[in-house]
Structure formats: C-alpha cells, structure tokens
Design a protein around this ligand. Structure first.
Ligand code: ZN
Length: 102
C-alpha cells in the first residue's frame, strides 16, 4: 500500500499569489455627485446621507440625473455635479462651510 502522506502547500509563485489589501476607507461607495467614496452603504440604501465632500444629499427616490431632487431643494444631480465642479459643493453658500466646524 502506498502510505505516502501528501501535504500541499500553496507556492508563493511568481507574484501572482495576491496579498490583496482589503482595507477600505471609511466610505465604500462613490457619491453619485462628486464621485468620492463617502457612502458607507450603496447609494440605493444611503437614505438621506449627506456627502461630507460635496454636500449632496443622497436621494434614493430620484432615478435620473435630470430629475429634480426633493432632498436637494429641487436641484438635479447634474446641476449638483456642475456646482461641485465650480464651487466645490452643490451649493455655493455651502462651499466655504466645512462640515464638523461650527
Ligand atoms: Zn459627494
């Protein structure tokens, strides 16, 4: 009888064995407005989440980019993006404000 005992170790190989870092920043999901990963949950679930980067309030009920968002005072996502590009926030008066500071 063959009593050979086999032990299989995965070989380190040529670098294809990935040591994938799974550490994620605080947010995992990109904000629909500024694209920064600020959402802790997918945008479909981030009800009333306000992005700390661009101040867009996530609207789970507005499907399109050109639909006025009630959460954002009738602003569309497209307008929000343009404002973010221009001012650094979805609203000019919020651009200078930093969240967390009184
Ligand atoms: Zn954002």
């Amino acid at each position: 009888m063959n009593r050979k005992k086999f032990q299989f170790f995965p070989e380190p190989g040529d670098g294809t064995a990935e040591l994938a870092p799974t550490i994620q920043p605080e947010g995992k999901y990109p904000c629909p407005c500024c694209g920064e990963r600020t959402l802790p949950v997918p945008k479909e679930e981030a009800i009333a989440f306000i992005c700390p980067v661009c101040w867009w309030e996530n609207d789970v009920f507005t499907p399109g980019e050109d639909e006025p968002s009630d959460e954002n005072h009738g602003m569309t996502l497209r307008e929000g993006r343009e404002n973010y590009r221009r001012f650094g926030a979805v609203r000019k008066d919020l651009a200078s404000k930093k969240q967390g500071t009184p």
